[in-house]
Design a protein. Structure first.
Length: 94
């Protein structure tokens, strides 16, 4: 199972929406994921435990982990392209 950390400004509403939509899309592709949420300011301290960081805002330090910054899960524009990128980074892309 792959682990994803979703970060936004406050780790409340935005990251919750992104995490739920991302989990749904990846599971539909047969990719098992565990997704946690945090504030953007917490990423550096938490990144080492995750396979991928997805954020809706700038983050200072992903600790060398793959990182995608996107608003597509909020706007609906570009979701499929971002899911494909994420799947590839997790080793489950086409």
């Amino acid at each position: 199972m792959k682990k994803i950390l979703v970060a936004c400004g406050t780790a409340v509403a935005t990251s919750t929406v992104v995490a739920k939509k991302l989990a749904e899309k990846l599971r539909a592709r047969g990719i098992a994921v565990a997704i946690d949420q945090c504030k953007a300011s917490e990423v550096g301290a938490k990144a080492s435990s995750y396979d991928l960081i997805v954020s809706t805002t700038e983050i200072d330090d992903a600790r060398g982990k793959p990182h995608i910054r996107t608003l597509s899960f909020l706007t609906g524009v570009g979701v499929d392209a971002d899911v494909e990128k994420i799947a590839r980074l997790l080793g489950g892309g086409t």
